[in-house]
Design a protein. Structure first.
Length: 225
C-alpha cells in the first residue's frame, strides 16, 4: 500500500494506492472549511470525507499557556484521526505482510507560510511524522518527505500554481486515476466543485496535491510506473 499525504491544518488529504491497484481519496476537513454541497459531491464521487472539529477559538488576549495548550490538543486530535485512518486501510491491505509493504510520502513545508502560522504547521506536521514513524513503524526505507517544488515538477513544472496542479490532474493519463469517481466527476462536471466564479472549492486542491505526492513517491522512490 502506498500513501501520498498533503498536510494542512485545515484540510489534510490522502491518496491511497491499495493492494488492488486502486486509488482511494480521503479528506479530513474542518467543519468551517468544507461546504455541505461539496461534501455531497465528493461522497458521490467516492471520496471518503471525514469532518473534524474546527480549531478552538480563543480570545485575542488569551494567555500564551492556554493558547499553546489548545493547539497541542488540536494537533493530537488531528494526527490521531489520520493515524487511525491509515490503520484501518492497513488492516484491509496488509494482513500477513511485513511492515515495509506500507510506503508513505508527505509534502514538506511551504515557506509561503510565515511567522506563527509556519511554526504552528511545522509543529503539527512533526507530530504526525512522529506518529507515522512510531505507530506505523516507518523508517528511511518506507517514509519520505518531498519539497513542494519537487512535487509540482512531477505534475508538470516546479512553479505550478494550485489551478495548474488541478489542470494537470484532469489531464493526467494514469488509468488508475481515470478509473476513480473523483477524476470522472471533475472531468465531466467540474462546476459542482467550483464557485460561481469558477474557482475550485476546498478541499479539492489538497486532494489533488495528495495525488501528486503519491505520484512523486512512485516515480522518484518506488518507481512502479
Amino acid at each position: 500500500m502506498i500513501i501520498g499525504i498533503d498536510y494542512s491544518i485545515k484540510s489534510p488529504a490522502l491518496s491511497i494506492l491499495n493492494a488492488n491497484n486502486e486509488i482511494v481519496f480521503v479528506t479530513l476537513a474542518r467543519k468551517s472549511v468544507i461546504k455541505k454541497g461539496i461534501i455531497t459531491a465528493l461522497e458521490a464521487a467516492g471520496v471518503k470525507v471525514i469532518i473534524i472539529d474546527d480549531e478552538p477559538a480563543l480570545p485575542k488576549k488569551s494567555v500564551l499557556e492556554k493558547r499553546e495548550r489548545s493547539s497541542l490538543e488540536d494537533a493530537i486530535m488531528q494526527t490521531a484521526k489520520i493515524s487511525q485512518l491509515i490503520k484501518e486501510y492497513e488492516e484491509k491491505d496488509l494482513t500477513g505482510l511485513s511492515e515495509h509493504e506500507l510506503h508513505i510520502g508527505i509534502e514538506g513545508f511551504s515557506f509561503g507560510s510565515t511567522g506563527n502560522r509556519l511554526a504552528q504547521i511545522s509543529g503539527y506536521q512533526y507530530m504526525l511524522r512522529y506518529i507515522l514513524c512510531t505507530e506505523h513503524k516507518l523508517n528511511t526505507a518506507n517514509f519520505w518527505v518531498y519539497a513542494p517544488m519537487t512535487i509540482k515538477a512531477v505534475a508538470g513544472k516546479g512553479n505550478f500554481k494550485k489551478e495548474q496542479m488541478i489542470e494537470a490532474f484532469i489531464n493526467c493519463e494514469d488509468p488508475r486515476l481515470r478509473a476513480t469517481g473523483l477524476w470522472k466527476a471533475m472531468s465531466e462536471n467540474p462546476a459542482q466543485f467550483q464557485t460561481k466564479r469558477g474557482l475550485w472549492e476546498k478541499p479539492l486542491d489538497d486532494l489533488i496535491d495528495s495525488f501528486w505526492v503519491l505520484k512523486t513517491l512512485e516515480s522518484k522512490t518506488i518507481k512502479t510506473i
